[in-house]
Design a protein around this ligand. Structure first.
Ligand SMILES: O=P(O)(O)OC[C@H]1O[C@H](OP(=O)(O)OP(=O)(O)O)[C@H](O)[C@@H]1O
Ligand SMILES: Nc1ncnc2[nH]cnc12
Length: 146
C-alpha cells in the first residue's frame, strides 16, 4: 500500500461506518490496520483494540500463528481486551490470502467474541482471501484492475 491522504482515509471510514452498526469494538491489525481502526472506533463510538505482532504487548497475551504469501507470522492480543460475546469489527488495510484476517478471527473466537465483519481498504481477489474467513462478511472498498 502506497501513500494515502486524509481524503482517502475519510472515504474508507465514511463508506464503511454508513453500512455497519452495532459493533462495540474496532480491532486493528498491526501495522497498517492501525491507520484506520482507531478512526472507525471514534466514528461508531466503539473502543479500539490493537492486534500486535509478537513481543510488543506488555501484558499477558494470547497468540495465533498464521501463514502469509511470504512466510509465517503471529498476532497477539492482550488477555481481557475483548470479553465473551462482545461484537467486533476487524480492520486492516489490505486482504490478500486472508491468512492475517483468519488468524484475527480465530483469536477472537477463542475468547468468545462475535466477529461482526472484516473490513479492508484494498482487496486482492486473485488470492481468494475471502474464502478463508470462516463465513464472516468481508467489506472491501477497492479492488485493483485485473
Ligand atoms: O491477506 P494476507 O495474505 O494475510 O495479507 C494481508 C496482510 O499483509 C500485510 O501486512 P504484513 O504482514 O505485510 O505486515 P505489516 O502490516 O506489519 O507490514 C497487510 O497489511 C495485511 O495485514
Ligand atoms: N500481494 C500483496 N500485495 C501487496 N501487499 C500485500 N500484503 C500482503 N500481500 C500483498
Amino acid at each position: 500500500m502506497g501513500d494515502i491522504d486524509e481524503a482517502d482515509a475519510e472515504t474508507f471510514i465514511q463508506a464503511y461506518v454508513n453500512i455497519v452498526t452495532g459493533a462495540c469494538i474496532s480491532l486493528g491489525v498491526e501495522a497498517r490496520g492501525f491507520m484506520f481502526g482507531p478512526s472507525i472506533a471514534l466514528a461508531i463510538g466503539a473502543k479500539f483494540v490493537p492486534l500486535r505482532k509478537p513481543k510488543k504487548l506488555p501484558g499477558e497475551v494470547i497468540s495465533e500463528k498464521y501463514e502469509l504469501e511470504y512466510g509465517t507470522d503471529c498476532l497477539e492480543m492482550h488477555l481481557g481486551a475483548v470479553q465473551p460475546r462482545e461484537r467486533v469489527l476487524v480492520i486492516d488495510d489490505l486482504v490478500a490470502t486472508g491468512g492475517t484476517l483468519s488468524a484475527a478471527i480465530r483469536l477472537l473466537e477463542r475468547v468468545g467474541a462475535e466477529v461482526v465483519e472484516c473490513a479492508c481498504v484494498i482487496g486482492l481477489p486473485e488470492v481468494k482471501g475471502e474464502s478463508r474467513l470462516n463465513g464472516k462478511p468481508l467489506y472491501v472498498l477497492v479492488e485493483p484492475r485485473q
